[in-house]
Design a protein around this ligand. Structure first.
Ligand code: KG4
Ligand code: ZN
Length: 398
């Protein structure tokens, strides 16, 4: 039996997340097990400011990362106590730019013997560069100290591969190829053609705001807490349950609540969400204040429906024009029940399977980074990079 154990780190935005995965290959099958997965979110901290501040995110990652790594190793049963901690403190490389992490990480390596880990996978981009660097530098420092490789992972590839995980195990399911990934998150809106793991071609992307960013900004206009996507989605679902458009509008004497479907007929696979954000602002400005709960529901519903119409239409075009055999939908916005159900219906009508991340795996997490890392580690054609060359790159494109 062949096994490999991997530690995965994700710090590209406001989640400090660590996962431990085991790859097992025996005579009967090949599988992957999740030994532990811990995500600490900074969302409530950033909520006060209505968005993520890169330097604040970096500071929080610096404060928490070592404790999250220790807890993940402990949960995976891989954390032991050193019987005789050395009095000579080791000098850890790569922490020059993370001086605040040095004491906790030094303490950690002194108090615990090297765990049975074969490699460390880390998100190196895209994302907020100051935040990414914390994960990258900690991964490099630990890997250098333990003399194991670091596997850099693209955050968007992580989102694509997040659909492979099911609770505490995963395997390479039969994803018919070529596949298409619709990646919808706070930072990205992309259609990616997939010919296999690692073989990606971007066919379309947003020209301005990402879809999740538009959800968050519209929520902010309605004084809903950050991140606003889930709140908009919930209000829209309540509206659909009531399904009482005419009554709401006549009750408040408000003008029709209608928003544009930006770039729906642009003839390409690009997106734009900045115009609908401005249109929503004008709509809100035209309405009597304070906005009634009914009007808030109606706006949220129209906004979610408008952006869904666009992504469903463009995804359909992409599938039909590229001979696509399956659809992968991932990224934080894929948590929207309405978007999931509309895209599921699209795939049913086209007779192709759809793959969606389960539960918290739609959000940023280290497990998806670990999946990408394990697949690289086990790929005989993959070349392990030199630790000194690994860098955070906020704009790393797939
Ligand atoms: O992938 P993710 O966790 O982080 C990035 O890489 O950006 O995505 C976060 C985004 C936020 O904009 C958030 O508002 C949105 O996903 N989001 C949702 C829902 N849950 C999270 N948007 C719509 N409906 C949801 N249920
Ligand atoms: Zn993400």
């Amino acid at each position: 039996m062949k096994t490999k154990t991997l530690l995965a780190i994700e710090t590209s935005c406001d989640e400090t997340s660590v996962a431990i995965l085991k790859y097992i290959e025996d005579d009967t099958n090949t599988r992957f097990e999740t030994l532990s997965h811990i995500t600490l979110t900074q969302a409530t901290m950033h909520a006060e400011y209505g968005g993520v501040y890169p330097n604040m995110a970096r500071r929080e990652h610096q404060i928490n990362i070592v404790a999250v790594i220790a807890e993940a190793l402990d949960k995976a049963g891989l954390l032991e106590q050193s019987t005789m901690p050395s009095a000579d403190l080791p000098y850890l490389n790569y922490l020059e730019r993370e001086p605040d992490v040095r004491p906790s990480l030094t303490d950690f390596v002194v108090c615990h013997p090297q765990p049975a880990i074969n490699a460390i996978a880390v998100t190196t981009g895209p994302g907020l560069e100051p935040a990414l660097w914390v994960g990258v530098n900690v991964a490099r420092a630990l890997a250098d100290h333990w003399n194991i490789p670091v596997i850099p992972v693209n955050h968007m590839e992580g989102h694509i591969l997040s659909v492979l995980a099911h609770s505490d195990w995963f395997h390479m399911p039969e994803i018919p190829l070529p596949s298409m990934a619709l990646l919808i998150s706070g930072g990205h809106t992309e259609l990616v053609h997939i010919n296999g793991v690692g073989d990606y071609t971007k066919l379309g992307q947003t020209r301005d705001d990402a879809i999740g960013e538009a959800f968050d900004k519209v929520a902010r206009m309605m004084n809903l807490p950050y991140p606003g996507g889930p709140h908009i989605s919930k209000l829209a679902a309540e509206y659909r349950l009531l399904n009482n458009d005419a009554a709401i509008i006549s009750a408040t004497d408000a003008p029709a609540i209608k928003l544009p479907r930006p770039m729906i007929h642009s003839g390409d696979l690009d997106f734009s969400f900045s115009g609908i954000k401005t249109a929503t602002r004008y709509l809100i400005e035209s309405l009597p204040k304070p906005l009634s709960p009914d009007i808030m529901m109606a706006i949220a519903h129209e906004f979610e429906t408008a952006v869904t119409d666009v992504i469903v239409y463009k995804t359909k075009q992409a599938i039909m024009h590229h001979g696509i055999q399956s659809l992968i939908v991932a990224g934080g916005v894929s948590a929207s029940a309405y978007i999931r159900s509309e895209l599921t219906q699209l795939c049913e009508s086209l007779s192709i399977p759809i793959f969606l991340p389960t539960g918290i795996l739609a959000m940023d997490n280290a497990l998806m980074i670990g999946i990408a890392g394990v697949l690289k580690l086990c790929d005989p054609t993959y070349t392990i990079p030199d630790i000194t060359t690994i860098r955070a790159d906020g704009n790393w494109s797939l």
